[in-house]
Design a protein. Structure first.
Length: 488
């Protein structure tokens, strides 16, 4: 069968720039989704094309995409990345993934043994917010999570990402292998610290000495990752096939922009990702906060209110002047003031660039996709600036409106009374609470009292309850579009 590894590709496709035969698996990556392939794999690929280094990746998929893993294997783990700007498109072949594993295809033991290969230096993750099994409001391990309970009872047959990491580290400890870095690449504030807390708490429940060993031998750098990578659809794959010249079921389409800010805390070395544009800094927290509040916060605002206004894609919402204006206002007047950035950071330029990125209509980024898992995302995106505004007595109506939009969305009925397919680990619970209140605004304090989403000092604050109630009532009475247009 012809595929990207054995066919002459279209001339516009930038082919591989290096010989892959010397690559060694030195990075294990958990979560082989589109984001990893379009972000860390691309940075690593660029380093390989610029240096003689040998940093290869073993991408592991734990839950889904057996099909994807088989497809990657069929094409020697090569895949295409199509960067779609608003004016031009670039296509590259990426070769940094050297091998793949999936427990359902290869067995749990083979996956665990990979962690225990001596040359492994980095275990990185894109497992989404919920993959860390933390209580989103407090950032501590949720020991009531059924998967965690199961994995702690049977640590050598893990199911969760945390279970694999802890058991993998245990094998390294038992075999006296060199230290290793665990690098989270998910959209969580202080993602390294969260990963560390979750791993240590899990390890303590398995074996207290193991948790001590991890403290002494494993580093957990914080990172800020950024690239808009919509989920791949059959239409995207058709377009990729046309551009590449052959079907590529593993191809991804994304925006041209990419950013990676990394705390330089790697106990066993790392690729020179800076050669591919990554920034190594001492303190990532301000960049994470900037991105989570200004990019992801506005994304959630656009996802809930845009979906309710009938827009399928983020770029559609941006072509509605009301949405464009309020999004910029949310970024600059509500989120930016809560940030404390290093000197020289131009938040105005950052916001304007975000507006351009969101407006790229060649990128089909569904409002429905971003609306997923709101119970895990809202704390990361809004709690910090809400606390800031409560302390300063300043206005946060647009955050209240985003939260009201989420409340209407999780009722699972849109403005026309049609069902919404809500994807969220708490979907059932949220729907039940909404149904108890109908469209009455008593739903607001009820939903705000969910402590895993809204820390008590926020959820029970009268100013928050009042602002979200006002926003919710306007939204229910006038609908999303009119509400957005009436914001002054
Ligand atoms: C989005 C992010 O789905 C979402 O919640 O806000 O995936 C966003 O596209 C990325 O963080 C951009 O880097």
């Amino acid at each position: 069968m012809h595929n990207i590894s054995n066919t002459k590709l279209n001339e516009e496709v930038r082919p591989l720039q290096y010989d892959r035969s010397s690559l060694k698996t030195r990075i294990i990556h958990l979560g082989c989704g589109a984001f990893h392939r379009a972000h860390q794999a691309v940075f690593t690929d660029e380093v390989l094309s610029k240096t003689q280094s040998n940093w290869g990746i073993c991408a592991i998929s734990l839950f889904s995409s057996q099909g994807l893993i088989k497809d990657l294997r069929n094409q020697e783990h090569l895949f295409s990345v199509v960067e779609k700007g608003s004016e031009s498109t670039n296509v590259k072949v990426i070769g940094s993934i050297k091998e793949t594993l999936h427990p359902a295809l290869d067995g749990v033991e083979a996956v665990l043994e990979k962690f225990a290969e001596p040359q492994i230096a980095i275990i990185s993750t894109t497992i989404t917010e919920k993959g860390y099994c933390i209580d989103p409001a407090t950032g501590t391990l949720d020991t009531n999570n059924p998967v965690i309970i199961e994995d702690i009872a049977q640590p050598n047959k893990p199911k969760s990402a945390l279970g694999y990491i802890v058991q993998g580290l245990k094998l390294r400890r038992d075999r006296q292998l060199p230290p290793v870095t665990v690098m989270s690449c998910d959209n969580l504030q202080e993602n390294g610290r969260v990963a560390k807390q979750a791993v240590l708490a899990f390890a303590r429940l398995v074996e207290p000495e193991l948790s001590q060993w991890i403290e002494n031998n494993v580093s957990f750098p914080n990172t800020m990752v950024d690239r808009i990578v919509p989920a791949t659809t059959p239409e995207t794959l058709d377009e990729i096939a046309r551009l590449v010249g052959v079907n590529d079921p593993c191809g991804v389409a994304c925006e041209p922009f990419r950013q990676w800010v990394i705390e330089d805390n790697f106990v066993a070395g790392r690729p020179s990702w800076d050669l591919a544009g990554a920034q190594f800094v001492d303190n990532v927290a301000p960049y994470e906060e900037m991105k989570l509040r200004m990019l992801n916060g506005s994304h959630s605002f656009l996802a809930y209110l845009g979906y309710l206004a009938g827009y399928s894609y983020i770029s559609d919402t941006m072509h509605d002047e009301g949405f464009k204006r309020t999004t910029l206002e949310l970024m600059m007047n509500t989120q930016a003031p809560s940030l404390n950035m290093p000197n020289g950071t131009d938040l105005n330029a950052y916001a304007n660039k975000l507006i351009d990125r969101f407006s790229n209509s060649n990128l089909k980024h569904k409002t429905w996709q971003i609306a997923m898992d709101g119970s895990q995302k809202i704390p990361q995106r809004f709690a910090g600036s809400l606390s800031y505004h409560l302390e300063n007595g300043s206005d946060f109506f647009l955050i209240a409106l985003a939260i009201a939009g989420w409340m209407k969305y999780v009722s699972a009925k849109d403005e026309q009374g049609n069902d919404i397919d809500v994807r969220d680990p708490m979907a059932e619970n949220l729907k039940r609470i909404s149904e108890q209140h109908g469209s009455d605004s008593t739903a607001v304090p009820a939903l705000l009292s969910i402590e895993s989403i809204f820390p008590t000092e926020i959820g029970s604050n009268p100013r928050v309850i009042d602002a979200v109630t006002r926003a919710y009532q306007t939204l229910i009475e006038n609908g999303s579009k009119a509400t957005i247009n009436s914001v002054d």
